[in-house]
Design a protein around this ligand. Structure first.
Ligand SMILES: *[C@@H]1O[C@H](CO)[C@@H](O)[C@H](O)[C@H]1NC(C)=O
Ligand SMILES: *[C@@H]1O[C@H](CO)[C@@H](O)[C@H](O)[C@H]1NC(C)=O
Ligand SMILES: *[C@@H]1O[C@H](CO)[C@@H](O)[C@H](O)[C@H]1NC(C)=O
Length: 439
């Protein structure tokens, strides 16, 4: 449910349809007018531009017409082995469920193995509600909590598909192992062919991923406590300007504080920043994380008022954060809202689950990056009818700057680029389970 009441928005919308048509002039007025341009015209923000495309969950999997009786006999048991951060694990689990159904297998609860980076050993049940998952998927796939006694003792035969590329076909390559060993574990390939899936397998993936995963009771109640503490309506901002991210990007930044430089050096390893033409080309391709002050600049260009409450959906390691907070002063994090006891025993993954929870419930979501979390959040928001979702364009920003644009001109270019994305609903959901709807 959107947190903005419909009634308060409606008169604004009429105003902004007009604004959308004239778009540019309005913005010039907005940006050029005062110090805090957006507050003088709160209805002119990007969210009030009328969209013409919206991604919605496709009817074919929501209505149940695709449902095929579950196979009378199972071809065996599949456990999905998931690695990395929470949202990467979740992505792989979702894919794995589709594969298990494709192979007429019985699904065993997945193995969640967080990378050492996350400093955690949380399992599926430490994050998600197992009973709810089983209940919500019961018409789609057989799921067991425990293995039958005859294979209980054995570890699964591991079939590693994660490195497979191209024309990889699970029926051809994985089914023989399943039939032979009866209990296998898989990590899905990045590039699989879902086009050949029968509809019941696709529907299983969609249902499991977008309807059946909710946080377990403990995390869910922490999440709703956190949500209740946020002033409403608010924007959830996923700002990735953290040492590992910056080091990994190999981008060169000038004007950073020495503390930031040290933190980046500490995370660098053997990734040297690019220099010269390569560095410029890399930046103009949109490869460089946005700094907090650049993020603030774009938010202002989108006429998002400076008093907007912002939830920072990120860890505590953001560098140069003053660049944002000096303009948007109403910024909250989970550690500023929850007490220390709430955090006891929480590792990186369960903390990430809270950011995820807030971000699928916030009035608006903006990401400075297009990572696993952002894709998952955008899709979940679309599944829940929340469409105020936007990915900031690092590319548009870098190209604008390289053309020598600054101030109001750069702001206008940012408005144009993001307005277009917002109108077309770009990047806001995963194509497999969502369909483009013309409004
Ligand atoms: C799965 O079962 C369906 C019938 O329920 C059948 O048409 C399909 O070929 C089976 N697929 C595999 C891989 O066994
Ligand atoms: C890892 O988590 C434990 C608590 O679970 C904590 O005591 C420790 O400091 C953490 N280590 C790092 C590197 O964050
Ligand atoms: C952001 O900060 C950097 C470093 O201080 C500075 O070089 C840059 O011009 C700033 N950008 C904006 C848009 O304020």
């Amino acid at each position: 449910m959107p947190l903005f009441g419909g009634a308060t928005c409606r008169p604004a919308r009429i105003l902004c349809c007009a604004a959308a048509l004239v778009g540019l002039p309005l913005l010039l007025v907005v940006v050029l007018s005062e110090n805090d341009p957006s507050s003088s015209n709160p209805d002119g923000s990007i969210w009030n531009v009328r969209r013409i495309v919206e991604w919605r969950p496709c009817r074919w999997w929501q209505t149940g017409t695709h449902l095929t009786a579950l196979p009378a006999t199972s071809n065996g048991y599949i456990r999905v082995d998931c690695y990395g951060g929470l949202n990467q694990m979740r992505r792989d689990f979702c894919d794995g469920i589709g594969i298990a159904r494709l192979l007429n297998a019985t699904l065993v609860l997945p193995k969640f193995e967080a990378a050492a980076y996350w400093n955690e050993s949380s399992d599926f049940a430490d994050v998600f509600d197992v009973d709810y998952f089983i209940e919500q998927t019961k018409d789609f796939i057989h799921v067991v909590r425990y293995l039958p006694e005859d294979i209980l003792s054995g570890e699964p035969f591991r079939v590693d598909c994660s490195k497979r590329k191209g024309q990889f076909d699970y029926v051809e390559h994985v089914l023989p192992f399943l039939l032979k060993h009866r209990y296998i574990s898989i990590t899905p390939a990045m590039s699989q062919r879902r086009d050949r899936y029968p509809l019941y397998a696709k529907a299983t993936l969609c249902q499991a991923c977008y309807k059946a995963l909710q946080l377990n009771q403990d995390l869910g109640s922490k999440g709703s406590k956190l949500l209740s503490l946020m002033p409403k309506p608010f924007l959830s901002l996923h700002l990735r300007f953290e040492p590992d991210m910056v080091a990994y990007s190999q981008c060169h930044y000038i004007g950073l504080s020495s503390a930031s430089m040290d933190a980046i050096e500490g995370a660098r390893g053997n990734r040297r920043p690019f220099t010269g033409d390569v560095a410029r080309y890399w930046r103009e391709r949109g490869k460089c994380p946005l700094m907090p002050n650049e993020t603030a600049f774009i938010l202002q260009s989108l006429a998002i008022p400076a008093h907007t409450p912002i939830y920072l959906a990120a860890g505590d390691g953001i560098l140069e954060l003053e660049g944002l907070t000096s303009i948007y002063s109403n910024v909250y994090t989970k550690s500023s809202l929850l007490s220390r006891e709430d955090f006891a025993q929480m590792g990186g993954n369960t903390k990430a689950a809270l950011d995820y929870y807030i971000s699928i419930n916030s009035d608006a979501y903006i990401a400075t990056f297009f990572g696993n979390m952002d894709k998952m959040v955008a899709a979940m928001r679309a599944a829940r009818g929340l469409h105020r979702t936007l990915f900031l364009s690092r590319r548009a920003f870098a190209v604008g700057v390289s053309k020598g644009l600054a101030g109001a001109e750069l702001a206008t270019a940012m408005w144009e680029a993001h307005r277009e994305d917002y109108i077309m609903g770009r990047g806001s959901a995963l194509p497999d389970c969502f369909c483009e709807t013309k409004l």
